[in-house]
Design a protein around this ligand. Structure first.
Ligand code: ADP
Ligand code: MG
Length: 541
């Protein structure tokens, strides 16, 4: 038997260090995001200390500067934030996975703050991403504290470091990366500016690359909706997608409980040929760009939207499967769905005409949402519209009323006719409307799924394509049908038909209601048509 023993698990830094450097981030570009974020944090901390009276010196303009030297093979990230003393370097830099950011937040959490000075850091790992591209990293820094001595730290990526006194006079920090041979691609203005515009475009402290401004420090989503006009939202949309047409409308997300979420989602203008582009929403965490792969954060059907989501509560350095299971992500997902439904309901209720005008663009989202999310279906029921071949729009309830009198079969089931190609099926549409039947237009790829969904969820309602055989469902109700053809003519037509066109289930109708009606129609029962379609898609897939 082993005697009871308690202890601390130890880590051999020599072994874990290469893992952190190599595998922590799959993307080497990230080093710049991390180091610039730290510089921004250092500036934000100074602002926070000034706000609570712990820093009373001259703040000056807070600025993060990125520069590079091709000859010396260095990239330098400079800030005039709080800086560090030698002791602080030992504490914050030498201890991997000890986050000075978390400590700072913990320490000052009770002090009044205007909530604006957000701190990005969290895990205490970001700094070491520098070694993904640098063989040696140098820090030259001076703390904001009066009379503090500047310090210099260097490390060549082994577990050994060196700290000495330095000459620096001004408050702040320079991180100097001595770029490794295999990373010299980063010693290039376009490469650096590309990375900065991707990740740092909306950071809250001014960032410059060789004197050029990179960021908009007050992006629209960080402002209060009450200060913003339509023009502001449209201008921001253009800032995000310079070539896109004006958006239809937008939703400003602004939640701070039970999770933190801000952002703006735009409904783009789309038509039936709209290309499904799923990479239009950008995910940020405290104004740092994280990814444009928002799967799992945004409900799948809303991935067609455009815009920005910013949440510090979405775990970022973890695997996708973890993300799916994360409870915050689930809540955020549900919140966005609700907001979108609320916005659509609001437009529908306040401006039905405007809503109808937008329907061609939004119907795909709505249908997709209805099919994929039962909760959304419940919310969307009142404003999910049906469009008929005369371009009239009805809610589900209105359409029920509209068709009740004429399109109910013997079992009291509603039969809703539809066309998926108004041009090709025009003769059938004509024949149906002549009988005072209404025909819906369902001509988007999503519609076959949508119809199947509605059929499962609406009570006593069946859908039939307009070229299906109507007789078995509707026409034989009470109407007596006269034919414009004589009996012999009918026989001749039937003979020709059977020889040339006939097949399983295909039916010929030589009855017509009136002389100007079509004398002959060829139909296929709805279930046979669907079977055929199913086999066709299955064998294709
Ligand atoms: P995190 O940002 O998650 O706390 P990092 O590994 O990125 O972790 O950084 C570790 C700590 O080092 C920071 O929390 C901060 O205390 C300190 N630090 C890093 N860069 C700077 C800087 N430019 N100015 C002041 N302190 C810094
Ligand atoms: Mg950091």
């Amino acid at each position: 038997m082993v005697a009871e023993e308690k202890g601390t698990i130890s880590i051999h830094t020599e072994n874990i260090f290469p893992i952190i450097k190599k595998f922590l981030y799959s993307d080497h570009d990230i080093f710049l995001r991390e180091l610039v974020s730290n510089a921004v944090d250092a500036s934000q901390k100074l602002k926070r200390l000034a706000a609570i009276g712990e820093f009373t010196g001259e703040m000056g303009e807070l600025l993060v500067k990125v520069s590079f030297d091709k000859e010396q093979k260095t990239i330098t990230i400079s800030d005039n934030g709080i800086g560090m003393t030698a002791d602080e370097i030992k504490k914050y830099i030498n201890q991997i996975a000890f986050s000075g950011a978390s400590e700072f937040l913990e320490k000052y959490k009770d002090k009044a703050s205007d909530g604006q000075q957000q701190i990005i850091g969290h895990f205490g790992l970001g700094f070491y991403s520098a070694f993904m591209v640098a063989s040696t990293v140098e820090i030259i820094t001076k703390s904001y504290r009066e009379g503090s001595q500047a310090a210099r730290w260097t490390c060549d990526g082994s577990t050994q470091y060196e700290i000495t006194e330095a000459e620096r006079q001004e408050r702040g920090t320079d991180i100097i990366l001595h770029i490794a041979e295999d990373s010299e691609e980063f010693l290039d203005k376009w490469r650096l500016s590309g990375i900065l515009t991707k990740y740092c475009k909306f950071l809250p402290v001014q960032v410059e690359l060789e004197g050029e401004k990179i960021n908009n420090t007050q992006p629209l989503w960080t402002k209060s909706p009450s200060e913003l006009k339509d023009e502001d939202y449209i201008a921001f949309y253009k800032e995000l997608y310079p070539t896109a047409a004006d958006p239809l409308f937008w939703i400003h997300l602004n939640v701070d409980y039970p999770f933190n979420l801000t952002g703006v989602l735009y409904f783009p203008k789309v038509d039936n040929n709209f290309e499904v582009n799923r990479d239009k929403i950008q995910l940020y965490s405290r104004q740092v760009f994280i990814t444009d792969e928002v799967k799992d954060v945004v409900p799948e059907f809303l991935m067609l939207l455009h815009g920005v989501i910013d949440s510090p509560d979405i775990p970022l350095n973890v695997s996708r499967s973890f993300l799916q299971a994360d409870s915050n992500v689930k809540k955020i997902n549900a919140h966005i769905t609700k907001k979108v439904a609320d916005k659509l309901a609001e437009i529908f209720n306040n401006d039905r005409k405007g809503f109808e005008e937008k329907w061609d663009s939004i119907n795909v989202f709505v249908k997709y949402g209805i099919i994929s999310d039962d909760k959304f279906f419940e919310r969307a029921k009142p404003f999910a519209l049906l469009k008929n071949t005369e371009s009239k729009l009805f809610t589900l309830d209105e359409y029920k009323e509209h068709t009740k009198a004429n399109q109910t079969d013997k079992t009291e089931q509603l039969v809703w006719l539809y066309s998926n190609d108004a041009q090709k099926q025009s003769s059938y549409i004509q024949a149906a409307t002549k009988r005072s039947f209404d025909v819906l237009l369902f001509d988007h790829i999503i519609d076959s799924h949508y119809i199947a969904f509605l059929e499962r969820h609406l009570e006593k309602t069946a859908f039939k394509r307009v070229d299906a055989d109507l007789a078995d469902k509707l026409i034989d109700k009470d109407v007596s049908i006269a034919s414009v053809l004589s009996d012999t003519e009918k026989e001749t037509v039937k003979e020709i038909f059977n020889k040339n066109i006939g097949g399983e289930g295909v039916a010929l109708s030589v009855e017509s209601l009136s002389p100007d009606d079509l004398p002959v129609t060829i139909t296929l029962p709805e279930f046979m048509r669907r079977m055929k379609e199913m086999y066709a898609t299955n064998s294709m897939g």
